[in-house]
Design a protein around this ligand. Structure first.
Ligand code: PLP
Length: 465
C-alpha cells in the first residue's frame, strides 16, 4: 500500500497516463523509481527495534494539547508557575556577567568543582558517610540523564530490571534502549473504610515482588517519594526491597527527586542508608525539583565510586559536561541553604511547608467536585479517581484507547482544567490500572488553584441543569 491506501497501480497510473490515454514511459519509470526509493528508505531508516514502537510521550502530547485547547488552568506537567527563590535566579544572572570568563566555558565533565563539593556537604551527613566529591558524585543533564547513565551504564543485553508501577515513563524506554527487560509490579491501592484516602494505601505485594527477582535481575528502580501517587516508602517497605537486593545481588537505583517535599509527620528515608545498601545503590536528585527551576535541567547521581564509574563512561560519551553557569548557580544556592540549614527559612525545609496548603486546597476542591483524591504524603501531585463523574461526561466521541486519556481531554475541553492521564505511567499490560484516575499538579499560584476550583464548580453546576 502507498500513501492514503493507494495500490501501486493507482499510485502510478494517476500520474503517468496522459490525456490521450497512453502511458508516458519516462514518467512511469520515474514514478516507480521514486516509490521504490521511498519504500527502501522507509525500511532502512525506521526506528531501531530495540526502542519498541516508539510510543508517543504523554508530555509531548499534553504540551501540544495545552497549546491547542488553551485550558484556562494547566495542572498537567510538574513545574511551578511562579518564581523560584530569589537568590537562586540572581546567582545565575550574576554569574553569566561576572568578571570570570571561565564561568561561561566548559567545566569539569563529571561535575563543576564547586557543585560536587557542595553536594558532598549536603548529602554526606544524610547518608552517614563522607561522600567523595570527585569519584562518588556525577552531575547530569537533569535527573533524566542520571537515570539514563545509571541504566545504560549497568544494564546489559537480556538483564532484567524491576520497575514499580505507576512509574516515571522514561524508565521503560531507557531499559529497552540498554537491551534490558523490564519486569513490572504495580502498587495497588488498599481499600479502607476511612473517609480520607492517602498515598500510603498504595502498596506492594511482598510475594509478588520476590517472584520477580532471579539470577537475571540486575536492577530495581525505586522512586520515593513517588510520582504520581505521592507515596513515601516506609522503613518496612524499603527493608523488603533492600533484603531482596542483597539476596539476589541486585543494584538499586533510587530516584529521589522529590526528597525535599515531604509533608510532616512523614520522613523521607534514603535506601542507601540501610545496612549493606550503600554499596549497591545509586541515588538520584534534581536541582530543578529542589530549587523549583525545572527548566535548568540539572541533576545528579551519587553512590560508591565503582558504580559511579559506569555512569561516568556513559555521561562522558553522550553529554560530556553540563552547563557551567547553571552548575555554579546551583552550587552557590546550595551553599546559601547549607548556611541556614537549621533555620525554618532554609528552602529545603520551607518548600514542603509552602506546598502543604496548596495540597489541602486542591484535595478539598477535588472532593467537593466529585473526585476521590488520595492525599499525597509528598511531592506535588494528586492522584484522584474520576469515575464518580462518569455519568456527567460523555467520552464516547473521544478516540483514545484508555479512559483516563479520554476523560482528561474531554474535561480539559469542557471544564478548562488540564490533568495528566496516569495510564501513561503503566506498562502496556497494566494500563487499565491507571484508567480510573487523573493526576493533578498543585505547585501552582494560589490564584490558579482557586480558578481551577471555580472552573470545576461551574462545570459541575452546568451538568445539573
Ligand atoms: C520521578 C521523576 N524522576 C525524574 C524526573 C526528571 O527530573 P529532571 O527534570 O531533573 O530531569 C522527574 C521529573 O518530573 C520525575 O518526576
Amino acid at each position: 500500500m502507498f500513501r492514503g491506501g493507494q495500490t501501486l497501480f493507482t499510485a502510478v497510473s494517476g500520474s503517468v497516463i496522459g490525456r490521450s490515454g497512453a502511458v508516458d514511459l519516462k514518467k512511469f519509470n520515474s514514478v516507480v523509481k521514486n516509490i521504490s526509493t521511498a519504500s527502501v528508505m522507509a525500511d532502512k531508516f525506521k526506528l531501531p527495534a530495540r526502542y519498541g514502537a516508539g510510543e508517543k510521550s504523554v508530555w509531548v502530547e499534553y504540551i501540544q494539547l495545552a497549546a491547542e485547547y488553551k485550558p484556562k488552568v494547566n495542572l498537567g506537567q510538574g513545574f511551578p508557575d511562579y518564581h523560584s527563590p530569589d537568590h537562586v535566579t540572581k546567582n545565575l544572572a550574576q554569574i553569566t556577567t561576572s568578571d570570570n570568563p571561565l564561568l561561561n566555558q566548559y567545566t569539569r565533565g563529571f561535575g563543576h568543582p564547586t557543585l560536587v563539593a557542595n553536594l558532598s556537604k549536603l548529602y554526606s551527613p544524610l547518608v552517614n558517610r563522607q561522600i567523595d566529591p570527585q569519584n562518588e558524585i556525577l552531575v547530569t543533564a537533569g535527573a533524566y540523564e542520571a537515570l539514563y547513565s545509571a541504566i545504560l551504564g549497568h544494564v546489559d543485553e537480556g538483564d532484567e530490571v524491576v520497575v514499580i508501577e505507576p512509574f516515571f515513563d522514561c524508565y521503560e524506554f531507557m531499559i529497552k534502549c540498554a537491551g534490558g527487560v523490564a519486569r513490572f509490579i504495580p502498587l495497588k491501592p488498599k481499600v479502607t473504610d476511612s473517609e480520607t484516602q492517602t498515598s500510603a494505601q498504595w502498596v506492594l505485594d511482598k510475594a509478588e515482588l520476590e517472584s520477580l527477582f532471579s539470577d537475571r535481575t540486575k536492577m530495581i528502580i525505586l522512586n520515593t517519594p513517588h510520582n504520581p501517587t505521592g507515596k513515601v516508602f516506609t522503613m518496612e517497605e524499603l527493608q523488603m526491597v533492600a533484603d531482596l537486593c542483597k539476596k539476589y545481588n541486585v543494584l538499586c537505583v533510587a530516584d529521589e527527586v522529590y526528597e525535599w517535599m515531604v509533608f510532616e509527620p512523614k520522613k523521607h528515608i534514603r535506601i542507601a542508608t540501610l545496612p549493606g545498601m550503600w554499596d549497591r545503590t545509586i541515588t538520584i536528585g534534581s536541582a530543578g525539583k529542589t530549587f523549583s527551576v525545572t527548566g535548568w535541567k540539572t541533576g545528579w547521581a551519587y553512590g560508591p565510586a565503582a558504580l559511579m564509574r559506569n555512569l561516568q563512561v556513559v555521561h562522558q560519551n553522550c553529554v560530556y559536561t553540563c552547563c557551567t553557569p547553571v552548575q555554579e548557580a546551583i552550587a552557590r544556592s546550595l551553599e546559601f541553604e547549607l548556611s541556614r540549614r537549621d533555620s525554618p527559612d532554609c528552602y529545603l525545609r520551607s518548600l514542603a511547608r509552602e506546598l502543604l496548603p496548596k495540597r489541602d486546597f486542591v484535595v478539598k476542591s477535588l472532593k467537593e467536585n466529585g473526585f476521590n483524591p488520595y492525599v499525597p504524603e509528598a511531592g506535588y501531585f494528586i492522584i484522584a479517581d474520576w469515575t464518580k463523574l462518569g455519568d456527567k461526561i460523555d467520552l464516547s466521541k473521544e478516540s483514545d484507547r484508555y479512559n483516563d486519556y479520554r476523560f482528561t481531554k474531554k474535561f480539559a475541553k469542557e471544564a478548562g482544567v488540564l490533568a495528566i492521564p496516569p495510564s501513561a505511567f503503566y506498562s502496556e499490560q497494566n494500563k487499565n490500572l491507571g484508567e480510573n484516575y487523573a493526576r493533578f499538579c498543585f505547585i501552582k499560584k494560589d490564584e490558579n488553584l482557586a480558578l481551577a476550583d471555580k472552573l470545576m464548580r461551574d462545570w459541575n453546576s452546568s451538568k445539573k441543569q
